[in-house]
Design a protein around this ligand. Sequence first.
Ligand code: FUB
Length: 349
Amino acid sequence: MPENSIDHIDFEDLNKRSISPHIITHLYTADPSAHVFDGKIYIYPSHDIDAGDAFDDLGSHFAMEDYHVFSMEDIDSTVKDHGIALHVDNVKWAEKQMWAPDANEKDGKYYLFFPAKDYKGVFRIGVAVGENPEGPFTPMDKPIEGSFSIDPAVYKDDNGEYYMYFGGIWGGQLQRWRNGVFNPNNSTSPIAFLPNDDEPALLPFVAKMSDDLLEFAEKPREVQILDEKGKLLLAGDNERRFFEAAWVHKYNGKYYFSYSTGDTHFICYAIGDNPYGPFSYKGKILNPVVGWTSHHSICEFKGKWYLFYHDSSLSKGVTHLRSVKIAEIQYDEDGLIKTLEPYNDFSIL
Ligand code: FUB
């Protein structure tokens, strides 16, 4: 996971060119999952810290320990920090690395979904329950049965069914589950166990949630992402294939599956007709930001659509110290999303 070259960047100038300001500056925050609850925007991000762990290709430097929840009365109002909503010390099964979370509401209760490494070093996905959108959340004693990898995103469909999308390659360990069981080989290469470039890329997973949102209601299935010929994207198609950061939203009756391409730093999307897919690749939503990771959510508020994302410009390019931003997205008459360039007159490509 080489860091993007940042030596040439004048960060004061870059921040002036950014299409959106940092909305949270007293903490480092990343991977923002945004939802509207009770007419307010709630943001569930990762809380980035510098725990001193060395940078490596498996993301050991992303050593987050807790989650804060943030809310906004309006899209341009100040952001309220509601404080610690869940800490790893209170999660019996989790040892470390509280990575990108999501949340959702059902019947007046709020559910925080989060990945973390268990005491065997395996990423699992847990659930914590609260009475309010801002938490605090009480975690279940065990992770979701049959869960693995990272970056849960829980989408509520119009018929009241909830689906969890998840998965991430490299540090997210998806490639270690190719046979349905965890491959404990101690290789530290991020590309060990991945398909060859001319083979189909690894796919994210989706599972319908149980009525109480605490378990999967079915065995997770792969989410197919197809090219213009209806073929699965290939592992060597690094600018389009899935890496991590799954998100689903619905626009004009179609399901939009968006995700990060990781090592090529794009946020891309594909469109399908039902929550399970298949999804046909359509294009890029966000070009690369400063920092290695790119991770987002998409949320409608007062009739406009917004991309919640992050970059590392507040920390002057430190990969694991990121900050959340918001930008409006636009659809054309065919429902295609216009690609956002994160900085005016400046590209890190
Ligand atoms: O924040 C830690 C990890 O970095 C997330 O889980 C990934 O999506 C990437 O943003």
